[in-house]
Design a protein around this ligand. Structure first.
Ligand SMILES: Cc1cc2nc3c(=O)[nH]c(=O)nc-3n(C[C@H](O)[C@H](O)[C@H](O)COP(=O)(O)OP(=O)(O)OC[C@H]3O[C@@H](n4cnc5c(N)ncnc54)[C@H](O)[C@@H]3O)c2cc1C
Length: 539
């Protein structure tokens, strides 16, 4: 990696692989790329090790030992829930890679709890310990970390291949530009600034940057995850609500309300202004002990206010998590997590997870398994691609992709735009319970906001500029999400249409989307294949 001082206000670096986003997917990508012989820069909007959805939380992992029966059960468990869009080949790959990666995590010294028989329990990781370890491992692999350094735009060469990115610094330093042979986007999902734990850095930036370079998305209709949460806390860990009964204030049970089946009933009550309460009274003594040791963070908010959730009912809400626990994201075209744009790879929540869980996630711990596996593959493939390109990659001309960059003279109020987008995506009546007419109404609003955005001038101040880009990314994400939802007139996975309440066998396909000024969708019938990586094809 070399530094040049071409412009004093821009810190310029050259590297083989640039990884954008330092959650688990980005850290695995950075580590694997470095282990494959590449020079690597890792840039994060926050501080690598504490930023993103995993870092502040406990996370279950889809970790299944390689025993035929257990693997079969794991693969079968999501097929119906996910609307039969998951692909077994990808599922098997992820289970194998996750198993291997967690062995690696154990060797790096992660303190897994041990059961009575002395075996390590590897189905759960504590976010703070896990991500602190990942930061250490990445640094030891000589990866250069740029903390507090949000990426704003990708750089493209004359032929449209990605050759780096540029961004801002949140610590008052110079802006940065990294020229790279390949880029991995690991920027997480989009939770629309809903204050869900660890999610307010996740505004869909990677989708926007990639789409500006011409990349496609898939499964954006599966983007309306709402996490159950204690009403006055941001913690949206939903897994333990499997032990909950849901109640009215007087303690009587709300019929049909439930965590997995029955969230709609909770949403209807909340929307009507009725406070819903939960009590984790279905947990037995063993469950309670296990819960405390597996996910201690879940109990922090309860302990702070002196509530024992196993014996005292507490008020709950449903907080939008968007694509963070949805399954939509950038479309992948091969086993190395390449996107449809040359030199650009995607991993973790930035990429679609339809491959392993179709149209439904949450409660199955697929996302953590996907983050580690896809990060590993994307890092390896990006390194191979960049090393194959050689030094020529840096010599080519590069322009900022920035297709959504504002071009007019108006001043954009980013906060107002964020509120306007939230108004279309947060209400349960618009996003959880969808209808053709409702989606059209929202799209009319959102398309109008997009036109206004394009007539505004970008700010000079880097922090204001970053907020504008976040607002633009949320807006773009909402438009891909609702256009895709409109293109699926049925109910499948987490996508629920009030006007088409049944799953339609004729729609067992994927919906791809993309575009900026003109948002397009296209259905794709073929099942996913684990296509060999481009480099292997060439060999
Ligand atoms: C409360 C909660 C509990 C969860 N529990 C589970 C669970 O038990 N099991 C499970 O499988 N999954 C769980 N998930 C989902 C899981 O946390 C995510 O799937 C996982 O964190 C994805 O990893 P990632 O690296 O892709 O994204 P993240 O961990 O979200 O990291 C993304 C990173 O990208 C950075 N970034 C964003 N934009 C930019 C930009 N423009 N420039 C530079 N950097 C940028 C962010 O700062 C962040 O550090 C949970 C999610 C939440 C919110």
């Amino acid at each position: 990696m070399t530094t040049s001082a071409a412009r004093p206000d821009v810190r310029t670096l050259q590297t083989d692989v640039l990884v954008i986003g330092g959650g688990p997917a980005g850290c695995w990508a950075a580590w694997r790329a470095a282990a494959s012989g590449a020079r690597v820069v890792l840039a994060d909007k926050g501080y690598v090790g504490t930023s993103g959805a995993t870092a502040p939380s406990g996370t279950g992992v889809w970790y299944v030992p390689p025993e035929a029966e257990a693997r079969e059960a794991a693969l079968a468990s999501r097929e119906t829930l996910g609307g039969h869009l998951a692909d077994r080949e990808w599922g098997e790959r992820v289970l194998d890679q996750t198993y291997a990666n967690l062995e690696q995590v154990a060797q790096w010294g992660y303190p897994f709890p041990v059961d009575d028989a002395g075996r390590q329990r590897r189905t759960s990781l504590q976010g703070p310990e896990y991500m602190k370890l990942m930061r250490k491992v990445v640094k030891q692999a000589s990866v250069k970390i740029l903390d507090q350094s949000p990426a704003l735009q990708l750089l493209l060469d004359d032929e449209g291949a990605v050759v780096g990115a540029e961004g801002a610094s949140r610590q008052g330093d110079a802006a940065w530009q990294v020229r790279a042979g390949a880029v991995v986007l690991a920027t997480g999902g989009c939770a629309f600034l809903s204050n869900a734990l660890g999610c307010n850095v996740l505004t869909g930036d990677g989708y926007l940057m990639a789409a500006e370079g011409g990349a496609e998305l898939s499964g954006m209709e599966f983007s309306n995850a709402y996490g159950l949460s204690l009403a006055f806390s941001s913690v949206t860990k939903s897994a333990f609500y499997r032990w909950a009964t849901f109640r009215y204030g007087d303690g009587s049970v709300i019929e049909g309300a439930g965590s997995k089946q029955g969230r709609s009933i909770i949403a209807h009550h909340l929307e009507a202004g009725t406070q819903v309460y939960a009590l984790l009274d279905l947990a037995n003594e063993d469950d309670r002990r296990y819960a405390r040791s597996a996910q201690p963070n879940f109990f922090l908010s309860f302990d702070r206010v002196g509530i024992d959730p196993f014996t005292q009912q507490f008020p709950v809400t449903l907080r939008l998590e968007g694509t963070v626990r949805g399954t939509g994201g950038l479309r992948l075209i091969d086993a190395g997590c390449a996107t449809t744009v040359r030199g650009l790879y995607a991993a973790g929540d930035a990429a679609t997870r339809e491959l392993i869980c179709g149209g439904f996630t949450g409660g199955g711990s697929h996302n953590a398994a996907w983050a580690t596996s896809s990060g590993y593959w994307a890092g390896e493939a990006a390194a191979r691609f960049a090393l194959g390109e050689g030094a020529g990659a840096y010599a080519r001309s590069a322009i900022a992709a920035g297709g959504a960059t504002q071009s007019g003279g108006r001043v954009l109020d980013a906060r107002e735009l964020v509120r306007a987008v939230q108004h279309e995506v947060q209400p349960y009546s618009k996003n959880l319970f969808r209808s053709g007419a409702g989606l059209e109404r929202s799209l009319t609003q959102l398309d109008g906001y997009w036109r206004s955005l394009r007539q505004s001038a970008p700010s000079i101040d880097p922090i204001a500029r970053q907020q504008e880009r976040e607002a633009a990314a949320m807006l773009a994400t909402a438009r891909w999400m609702y256009r895709s939802a409109l293109a699926r007139p049925e109910t499948r996975g987490m996508h629920k249409r009030l006007d088409h309440t049944a799953q339609d066998p004729a729609q067992q396909h994927y919906i791809h989307s993309g575009g900026l000024d003109h948002v397009w969708t296209r259905s794709h019938r073929e099942p996913w294949h684990v296509a060999p990586q481009a480099a292997e094809v060439a060999a």
